[in-house]
Design a protein. Structure first.
Lengths: 119, 113
């Protein structure tokens, strides 16, 4: 199956500019996640969608970050205006329920990420 | 809130050496535990997972991890590493409602040929 697609792969902007990232999840995956991974740290969840509804956006800096998944398929994450500390890799993941040994679990598949540099 | 600690930030080993990467988490309830790997230039990939049952789980490429509930640990092991195991390894926990993953800070492993 095709993996999670993200674009662009790299983006360089100046502070106070705006930027948008796009994600297309694996076909049929109802749940979509955006993570921020700052250099030297593990990924941190920004927002989780179930179909086109937000499940968790408690760690999304809502004064400058926004995300949408209008048709319940692909998603965009926007930063406006960007700050220096927003420099990071933005990862998109999608998941579906799987079964193993009689148990159901949710496995997340990650895209290649968008590396954002804010100057 | 749940948190994950990976104590080793950088590990350098020679080929055929044994590997153990530490992972401790804090969460009082039932957890699902994961190890992800990111090879240079590639996506994050699932290495192995624990949901219930046998606390010793086996993953791809000869990796295994042991869940020790009393120690809140889920250490990753491999008896004999290869140069191709050079990568960054992330421990993650999923506890409570929803499927939110909390990741540790990662351990960068370099295997010298």
């Amino acid at each position: 199956e095709a993996g999670v697609a993200q674009s662009p792969r790299y983006k360089i902007i100046e502070k106070r500019q705006s930027v948008a990232f796009w994600c297309n999840p694996i076909s049929g995956h109802a749940t979509l996640y955006w993570y921020q991974q700052i250099l030297g740290q593990g990924p941190k969840l920004l927002i989780q969608f179930q179909n086109n509804g937000v499940v968790d956006d408690s760690q999304l800096p809502k004064d400058r970050f926004s995300a949408e998944r209008l048709k319940g398929v692909d998603s965009t994450l926007k930063i406006q205006p960007a700050k220096l500390e927003d420099s990071a890799v933005y990862l998109c993941a999608s998941s579906s329920m799987r079964a193993s040994g009689g148990l159901e679990y949710n496995e997340q598949f990650f895209g290649p990420g968008t590396r954002l540099t804010v100057l | 809130a749940q948190s994950v600690s990976q104590h080793n930030h950088h590990v350098i080993l020679s080929e055929a050496a044994s590997l153990e990467l530490g992972c401790n988490y804090s969460y009082g309830g039932t957890v699902n535990l994961f190890w992800y790997v990111q090879y240079p230039g590639q996506h994050l990939q699932l290495l192995l997972k624990y949901f219930s049952g046998d606390p010793l789980v086996k993953g791809i490429k000869g990796f295994e991890a042991e869940f020790i509930k009393s120690k809140f640990s889920f250490n990753l092991r491999k008896p004999s590493v290869q140069w191709s195991d050079t990568a960054e390894y992330f421990c993650a926990v999923n506890g409570g409602a929803g499927n939110m993953l909390t990741f540790g800070g990662g351990t960068r492993l370099m295997v010298k040929p």
